[in-house]
Design a protein around this ligand. Structure first.
Ligand SMILES: C[S@@+](CC[C@H](N)C(=O)[O-])C[C@H]1O[C@@H](n2cnc3c(N)ncnc32)[C@H](O)[C@@H]1O
Length: 281
């Protein structure tokens, strides 16, 4: 099995949209980034790899943490997202290596002290093989720290748009909760089994909950509809259903979000696992 399907997906409309929505996404995910960096604890002088770095928010933060004596590298399969990451590093005059590569097969002769990911490790076709390769990329004693989504039932930001569009977008009867995708690592036992088989030790999962700001400003509902039609599982389904579906989806989503307005925001429950492990010394 290869990651070809994901490479096609993240280099198509999804990657372009994520790149355009970078600032908005990073703002919505601020609580995750803070918790992830705190758990990862990058230290000055360390060599760090950001897996599935996307448009580089966490790589930029890691580069700042490791300083001039350390090195932060971002790896991703998406050209459009890497282009945005490189643009941001250039704006900040930072010399960061953003590499177009599949993390499942990446080779590095030196090795990393720390491997980090914000939602970039749930898309591997063969997760055991991929985490085995990541294990080989870590120096002995090297740490792994990543954020992944908990079950959809704990993530209303993802299920509310899907439920609102139930009449418009058919539910896929072949749905496989373990298939590569945002919720592939929701089951803690599965995560422990994959990482343990791949050689990682002391696998621990810490729950983090937060409110995902879907919409804000003068028109928080309209803003949330805009967001949901671009990012998340519902966005993918609407995109694949064609342009006529989008107009109807707008109405259905606006109705659903209207019930969740609080002042000038629409916020919905979100829950992630912070997963930590290390390579035996
Ligand atoms: C949900 S996005 C998260 C991006 C970024 N980490 C963030 O938090 O904004 C998932 C990312 O993982 C990347 N990705 C998926 N499979 C990958 C693989 N096998 N190797 C490297 N990157 C991968 C995608 O291209 C995408 O940028």
């Amino acid at each position: 099995m290869s990651n070809a399907e994901q490479i096609e997906y993240w280099n198509g409309a999804a990657g372009e949209t994520w790149a355009r929505m970078q600032a908005r996404m990073d703002k919505a995910l601020t609580p995750v980034t803070a918790a992830l960096l705190s758990a990862a604890a990058p230290a000055p002088g360390e060599d760090v790899l950001d897996i599935g770095c996307g448009s580089g928010e966490t790589t930029l933060a890691l580069a700042a943490a490791v300083g001039d004596d350390g090195c932060a590298t971002g790896v991703d399969i998406s050209e459009p997202l890497l282009a945005r990451a490189r643009e941001r590093a250039a704006e900040l005059l930072l010399d960061i290596d953003f590499e177009l590569a599949d993390a499942a097969t990446l080779v590095d002769p030196i090795g990393f002290d720390l491997l980090v990911s914000r939602f970039g490790v749930m898309f591997f076709a063969d997760p055991v093989a991929a985490f085995g390769n990541l294990h080989n990329l870590a120096v002995p004693g090297g740490r792994l720290c990543f954020a992944c989504w908990q079950q959809p039932t704990e993530n209303t930001w993802a299920t509310l748009p899907i439920d609102a569009l139930a009449g418009l977008i058919p539910v896929d009867p072949r749905y496989d909760p373990h298939a590569p995708g945002p919720f592939a690592f929701a089951d803690p036992d599965r995560v422990r089994a994959i990482l343990g088989t791949a050689g990682w030790q002391d696998v621990a999962l810490q729950p983090v909950t937060f409110t995902m700001v879907m919409g804000e400003g003068d028109d928080p509902v309209g803003n949330a509809v805009h967001f949901a039609l671009r990012i998340g599982p519902a966005a993918r389904s609407v995109r694949e259903a064609g342009p006529d579906a989008e107009a109807r989806a707008r109405v259905l989503l606006a109705d659903a979000f209207a019930a969740h307005v609080d002042g000038d925001t629409v916020g919905l429950p979100a829950a992630v696992w912070l997963v930590t492990a290390h390579r035996p010394a």
